[in-house]
Design a protein around this ligand. Structure first.
Ligand code: ATP
Length: 494
């Protein structure tokens, strides 16, 4: 095994060990041996997830005229006939004829031949597998079947009427936004662009769930569908264009070998990315670089070719982050131009008129989708902010993401210090998520908080009893300073 791969596996094992021990996540139904592709969050993981979702919500809902809605996760079969998921939402499956192990053919090729296989047809995959004499990953037999498409939808049978009432668990939150479009458009005063966001569960019967949160069968998505007038796709008002035209996006276009920083102006001219689409890309990149504090070199947008894109997309740029544990840049979201594909399909199948009257014309709005896998983002944050130092490991999460804001310690559990420490704890817990502890060596207590990413620890010691000051220790620098209790809230808020 190469050194890079070994380091990646070791890091993955270390993060997973912390996650299990400290309460970030674990396999669902672990006491029954777990089930591939299903994970549960413990209290710290859930806090990180809530923080990510809240940050996403407050940031992306600032896109003009955007609203969050909620919907059922079970949707009738007709929805997915109209959306094309029942026909096209397929992954390539291959079966070993010797041990009957079934696995995903494109990933199998990518792992073994180190090439991108997403755009290959089943026939091309079968040929490559034969030509390179690839063996079954389980029993090592050469006797592998032909690659076939496998539909990833999860059927559910509702009520007592059986087959007539067939429904599916939704494979993306997007469809619910499309189903709600007409109602929301009317309720939100008939204006475009209109953003409809959903943070909710999605289900895909993945053939080979793996890489922890990267290929789950049940996961959370945060998606914003922006409905707009297609005649306006390359128009922004003067101020908006001025604001972003010089901003540099980190792009890996089809014709490039490595990513480059390219201004929106250039991307519009040379890569023909429409201005409205660029506005969304700028919003996304700023979310990662400025809000989540992701280092620039670990972020990029990757353009997908016609063959690689999802069946409903006309323009498709994946959002990728560099993840050491998974061996390189990995998709954590996407910016997709879905045109009127979905609304048109629903109009045709439901026979409901989904045209609107706007800008003095009758038309079906087009959709720009900003799609994020919440769980993949959580893993990405754990990977990127995990650090090992001589005497400690830490998650140097940005403050907005850390599961706990502040730990409050009494240096010893006597001499009136715990009482004073509880007083301090009661003051700050109104504004921050806090953890209180009064036992054990203080150094070890600091290490335990570093390990879960707590940005500040406050310690009450004998000096506190004399002058009402406490020490604040900062996680990354480990520097401590003394501060008056009366100034504590202001200091912590800055
Ligand atoms: P992939 O190519 O990795 O299968 P996708 O292109 O099919 O993903 P989309 O349909 O664009 O994914 O879904 C949007 C986002 O939802 C993805 O970028 C990803 O973050 C998340 N996502 C998709 N499938 C899964 C999964 N099986 N497990 C966890 N997250 C997922």
């Amino acid at each position: 095994m190469r050194k890079k791969e070994k380091t990646a596996i070791e890091k993955l094992d270390k993060i997973t060990a912390i996650a299990l021990k400290r309460g970030f996540f674990w396999p669902t139904a672990e006491i029954y041996g777990g089930k591939a592709g299903l994970y549960s969050y413990g209290h710290l993981g859930k806090a990180v997830k809530n923080n990510f979702e809240n940050l996403w919500r407050s940031y992306f809902l600032s896109f003009e005229n955007s609203y969050e809605i909620d919907s059922s996760i079970i949707l009738p079969e007709q929805v997915f006939i109209a959306s094309g998921h029942l026909e096209h939402f397929n992954d390539p499956l291959i079966e070993c004829k010797t041990c009957h192990f079934r696995f995903r053919a494109d990933q199998f090729i990518e792992d073994n031949l180190k090439i991108r296989a997403e755009e290959l047809t089943p026939e091309e995959m079968s040929d490559l597998i034969k030509k390179n004499k690839l063996k079954c990953p389980k029993c090592k037999s050469w006797h592998l079947g032909q690659v076939k498409w496998f539909n990833m939808m999860f059927p559910v049978s509702m009520g007592a009427v059986g087959i007539k009432d067939l429904a599916y668990l939704t494979p993306e939150t997007a469809q619910s936004s499309y189903l709600s479009f007409k109602r929301e458009f009317d309720a939100a005063r008939k204006k475009l662009p209109l953003g409809i966001a959903i943070i909710g569960k999605a289900f895909r019967n993945e053939i080979s769930p793996r890489q922890l949160f990267f290929r789950l069968r049940e996961f959370t998505q945060a998606e914003l569908q922006i409905f707009f007038d297609p005649d306006e796709i390359n128009k922004l008002n003067k101020e908006e264009w001025k604001e972003i035209s010089k901003y540099e996006l980190i792009l890996l276009a089809q014709k490039q070998k490595t990513q480059k920083e390219i201004s929106c102006e250039e991307a519009n001219k040379k890569l023909k990315i429409p201005k409205f689409y660029l506005k969304a890309m700028v919003l996304v990149q700023k979310f990662y670089l400025e809000k989540l504090k992701i280092p620039k070199k670990m972020f990029l947008f990757r353009e997908l070719s016609k063959k690689e894109r999802a069946f409903y997309n006309k323009i498709h740029w994946d959002i990728e982050l560099y993840l050491e544990t998974l061996g390189g840049f990995k998709e954590i979201g996407g910016v997709h131009y879905r045109t009127d594909y979905d609304l048109l399909g629903h109009e045709k199948h439901s026979k409901e008129n989904l045209h609107i009257f706007y800008n003095n014309k009758k038309f079906i709005p087009h959709v720009l989708e900003l799609s994020f896998g919440v769980d993949r983002n959580i893993w990405a944050l754990m990977d990127i902010f995990f650090k090992e130092e001589k005497e400690r490991t830490l998650f140097s999460f940005p403050r907005t993401i850390s599961p706990i804001d502040i730990a409050v310690f009494s240096l010893v559990s006597r001499e009136g210090m715990p009482e004073k420490a509880k007083e301090v704890y009661n003051i700050i817990k109104q504004n921050f998520s806090c953890f209180y502890d009064e036992s054990g060596a203080i150094g070890r207590r600091y290490r335990r908080q570093d390990e879960i990413g707590t940005p500040y620890c406050i310690t009450i010691d004998s000096q506190t009893l004399k002058d009402d000051t406490v020490t604040i220790r900062e996680r990354d620098s480990m520097k401590q300073k003394r501060i008056k209790i009366s100034n504590l809230l202001t200091a912590l808020k800055t």
